[in-house]
Every structure is written in structure tokens, then in C-alpha cells.
Design a protein around this ligand. Structure first.
Ligand SMILES: Cc1ncc(COP(=O)(O)O)c(C=O)c1O
Length: 402
């Protein structure tokens, strides 16, 4: 029961499903338990030293403490456009096709407020990162859930997902205004090809549908895989924007640096809204972000390789312990089906059991929407030694139930 009266908009925001597991985790920690925590995708790595030095240097200058620019300083918008040209061969205009956001979470939230009104419909996959669902809800719009396929090969899942989008669109009245996508995907780690993006861009053009692509895991791709940007598709800018974030690849989670890139109408409208709401991220953070984006990409590759090694250890360890899982092509997550001997338990109960008995915290799949039930998500934000310890704990735990 809520302690205070909830205002109508707040009433539409239920407590996070993760809260139950988090409460138990906090209680066990207070009691002195050492919990190995794969629950939240909160990066534990730090940005490269020269980026932090630039932040300090810039913060020492007196003029950097005034209000910054809500759309991002021009040098930063140029740096992200240059980065996109180098990484994806995509040309963007820093004035009209790029705006800085206070991380992609703020970006997507205000984007939905800028784009949607009560009565509008957003198509949102399930399972999904929670704000993909709740940003349209906060904007007062309705959400139509599109199931994200969880079984099959990459191309089968991709085909099925396209069919699910088409069916949901056709079944909807009024016609949906926006479609939210996120590949590489959190939580399922699903990836798609350029052909998928091409098909969905063609569809969106025919139907006057806006596409919002959250590209938060752009830089965390493993073993030779490279995730495509939707903006690589000819004409994507007519209907799509992409959210790029410095949180994961650059390990700058707390800095709050993200971008909305692509369609100039969407960028213009977001710029107008944000000019009322904020003065932008602290200038020294923006200055240091320029240095980060202009740096040799090897700083990102180092981070990516750390997550990749951690996933190798986790995946090999769990398979040896009898929990059949596959290494993802990208992200910092392992999306694991609850082992068969626990198939009658829901994902929250299984996560609580794993926490109590193996001292390992994971995120229950149901926290990402009803289609996530039956799965849990590991975020590899613990070091290799602790991942090995977690594997030993899980092995012991599973042995009791085999
Ligand atoms: C899919 C997805 N989008 C956005 C975010 C948040 O990114 P940012 O730190 O840029 O707000 C996350 C963080 O976990 C995420 O998984």
C-alpha cells in the first residue's frame, strides 16, 4: 500500500518488479551476507584516465560553471556526428540531426512527451527495458505490446518479430504513432541485421510510423560481431531517430551523456521541449565527452573485451554446472531460461531462491514485461573472480535439486 495518496500519473507507474528482489538483497547485506550482484546493468568499470583528466581540467576553469546548453555544446554535437561517420559511415548534421540528452533514459522519456498525446498509441516490444514502456505511459499515451520472440535462430526470431509488428499495427485502432526498438536488446540480447532495419524502415514509411531505436549497446558486441545502426539504412532519417549512449561502451553511466540522432523533425521538437526543461549536462562533462568520442576506439574495445571475457566465464561455468545457456553476440547480459527443475516457479520466486540459497542476485524476467516470465537476466558487472565464485555457488545450489 502506498504511504501517500498517488497522483493520477504516478498511479500509472507501478512499483518496479525488481523492488522485491532488491529489498531481500539489501536485507541480506545488512545481515552480513556477501551477495554477488548481477541484478542491475550498472557498469562497474571506469572511463579511460584521459577523459577523467579532461573533466577535472575543464571543471577548474571559471567559465564552465554557468548554465550549459540543453541541446549540447556545438563541439559535442560535432564529435558525435564525426563518431557516427567513422563507425557507421552515417553522415549527420550537428545542427539539425543531433541533440544531446541527459543519458538515453531522459532522452526517450522527453521524446515521448514531445511526440505523444493521450489517445496516441506506441508499439513497444515485450520483454523490454522498463522505460520503453513507461515513457509513453508518462506521456499519457497507450501502449500496445509486441511480443519479442525468445526461441529459435536469430533469423527466425527476426522474421517472427517483423510479423508480430505488422499484426499489432494492423490490429490497432487508431493507428500507432511510434514504434520503439532496441537492438542489441536488453534484456533478451537479441540482435538484428541491416535487412531487418530495411524492412521496418520501408514499413514505417508506408504507414507514417515513427521509429525510435535505442542503441544503448552499440559498442558492446563480441567475437567479431558488429551491431548495425538503423541510420545506415538509406532513407532511415525520414522516419527514425537513434538513441546513442556513452553509458556502456565508454563506462560513463553516472555522467549522463546520450544523444538523439537522425530525423530533423523529431530532433527539432525535442530541442524545443528540452529548452523549457533543462540547461543541459554540466559543461565539463560535455567537454570531456568530446575527448572521449574523439579518442581512439581501442578504449571502447578494452571495455567490450572485459565484458566478453566475463560472459565467457559465466556461460562456460553455468553450462558445466548443468544450466544450459548460450553466449550472447552483444550487450552485457546473459538472458537465461530458468532451469527445467524449477520450471513451475515464476521468475521472481526463482530469483529470490537463487539469492537466498546461492547468494547470487539476478533480475527476474517478469520485471521486463509479462513475456519475460520464465527467464532471468544476469548483468556481468562483477569481476572475473566473483563470477567464478558465483558459478561455484550456483553449481552447489543446482546439485541439491538435480
Ligand atoms: C536499453 C537501454 N536503454 C537505455 C539505458 C539507459 O542508458 P542511459 O544511461 O544512457 O540513460 C539502458 C541502461 O541499462 C538500457 O539497457
Amino acid at each position: 500500500m502506498a504511504k501517500y495518496e498517488e497522483f493520477p500519473r504516478i498511479k500509472r507507474l507501478p512499483q518496479y518488479v525488481f523492488a522485491v528482489v532488491n529489498e531481500l538483497k539489501a536485507k541480506m547485506r545488512r545481515e552480513g551476507e556477501d551477495i554477488i550482484d548481477f541484478g542491475m546493468g550498472n557498469p562497474d568499470l571506469t572511463p579511460a584516465p584521459h577523459i577523467i583528466e579532461k573533466l577535472c581540467e575543464s571543471a577548474k576553469k571559471p567559465h564552465t560553471h554557468r548554465y550549459s546548453m540543453s541541446q549540447g555544446i556545438p563541439r559535442l554535437r560535432k564529435a558525435i556526428c564525426d563518431f557516427y561517420e567513422r563507425q557507421y559511415g552515417v553522415k549527420l548534421d550537428p545542427e539539425e540531426e543531433a541533440i544531446m540528452t541527459i543519458g538515453s533514459k531522459e532522452g526517450i522519456s522527453h521524446l515521448m512527451i514531445a511526440m505523444l498525446e493521450p489517445g496516441d498509441i506506441a508499439l513497444v516490444p515485450s520483454p523490454r527495458y522498463p522505460i520503453h514502456y513507461y515513457a509513453p505511459v508518462i506521456a499519457g499515451a497507450s501502449v500496445l505490446t509486441v511480443p519479442l520472440p525468445l526461441e529459435g535462430t536469430d533469423s527466425e526470431k527476426q522474421e517472427q518479430f517483423l510479423r508480430n509488428i505488422y499484426t499489432s499495427y494492423e490490429d490497432s485502432y487508431p493507428q500507432p504513432k511510434v514504434l520503439i526498438l532496441n537492438f542489441p536488446n536488453n534484456p533478451t540480447t537479441m540482435v538484428v541485421t541491416k535487412e531487418f532495419f530495411k524492412e521496418i524502415v520501408d514499413f514505417a514509411k508506408k504507414k507514417n510510423l515513427w521509429i525510435i531505436h535505442d542503441f544503448a549497446y552499440a559498442d558492446l558486441c563480441f567475437d567479431g560481431y558488429k551491431a548495425p545502426s538503423i541510420l545506415e539504412i538509406d532513407g532511415a532519417k525520414d522516419v527514425a531517430v537513434e538513441l546513442y549512449s556513452m553509458t556502456k561502451g565508454f563506462s560513463m553511466a553516472g555522467w549522463r551523456v546520450g544523444f538523439v540522432l537522425g530525423n530533423p523533425t523529431i530532433v527539432y521538437n525535442l530541442k524545443r521541449l528540452k529548452s523549457y526543461l533543462d540547461y543541459g549536462t554540466f559543461t565539463p562533462i560535455q567537454v570531456a565527452s568530446v575527448i572521449a568520442l574523439d579518442s581512439d576506439y581501442s578504449i571502447v574495445e578494452k571495455t567490450r573485451d572485459i565484458y566478453s571475457r566475463r560472459l565467457d566465464i559465466l556461460v562456460e561455468g553455468l553450462n558445466r554446472a548443468g544450466w544450459k545457456v548460450e553466449k550472447p553476440k552483444a550487450t552485457m547480459f546473459l538472458w537465461a531460461k530458468i532451469p527445467p527443475q524449477f520450471k513451475d516457479m515464476n521468475s521472481v520466486d526463482f530469483s529470490m531462491k537463487l539469492l537466498k540459497e546461492a547468494k547470487v542476485a539476478v533480475a527476474p524476467g517478469a520485471g521486463f514485461g509479462e513475456h519475460g516470465e520464465g527467464y532471468v537476466r544476469f548483468a556481468v558487472v562483477e569481476n572475473e573472480k566473483r563470477i567464478r565464485q558465483a558459478v561455484r555457488n550456483i553449481k552447489k545450489f543446482l546439485r541439491q535439486y538435480s
